[in-house]
Ligand binder design. Sequence first.
Ligand code: ADP
Ligand code: MG
Length: 264
Amino acid sequence: MTTPTSTPPTVLLEHYLKQLKLPTILREYKTQGHQCAQERTDYPVYLLRLAERELLDREQRAAERRIKSAGFPVLKTMDSFDFAAQPSINQALVRELAGGEYIQRKENVLLVGNSGTGKTHLASALGLAACALGRPVRFFSAAALVMLLLERREERTLGRMLKNLERQQQIIIDDLGYVPFSKAGAELLFEVVSRAYERTSLIMTTNLPFEAWTEVLGSERLTGALLDRLTHRVHILEANGESYRLQDARKRLQRRRVPKNEKE
Ligand code: ADP
Ligand code: MG
């Protein structure tokens, strides 16, 4: 056993840094030490640099944790969205939403449009932006959410799940589609929307016009109540262009045809 007096100070320092959970300082204190010695900077500057790096890394790690627990199906960013391919989307509004203030104001976003117009992409990108801004987010497909809610109710852990959802600052419900929910399923979905009202920002995407929501949710009264809460403070983004996948496939097809034509 070594006694503290015979232990080299760096061993002790590294032990303390681990105890204090300062992994970045642990990793960088030596190289920064050399650099500061070369630059002849004083001790506070050395400490400042280390503290800054630790803080930046900590924020980065927290954002990564938030992204992981949000459960995005794929990571889509705002940068990879081609607005020129979907001119019907209000780009100025999307850019404003990416700033995240609507989350603080507990406002909702509704993305409406045909299949392939980038609704899921934009919803995920807004969610990702929210994670980067420090907001806890959960992403669900509407069908999966309803299934999960029914399952949790069966297991008698629905209360826990609803509590967990209340801790989120944004809930994304993707793809309310043509498949109708059971009565119990629709009521549970309503429960989520209703609890989120004025407390949690909701993003919903759908290919259905409002008139068709009753077909999915079953009851006209429930649909009215749900839409009432959802649309009280809502930003609506409409995409009525052609499917991006279709545009993309057509471009690829054209590219493949060109060399053929050149040969002729
Ligand atoms: P939707 O949810 O409206 O059916 P998606 O968001 O799933 O459409 O889009 C389908 C695919 O096309 C995804 O891979 C998405 O990233 C891509 N995509 C759609 N619109 C665009 C766009 N304007 N720019 C870049 N990629 C797009
Ligand atoms: Mg989609």
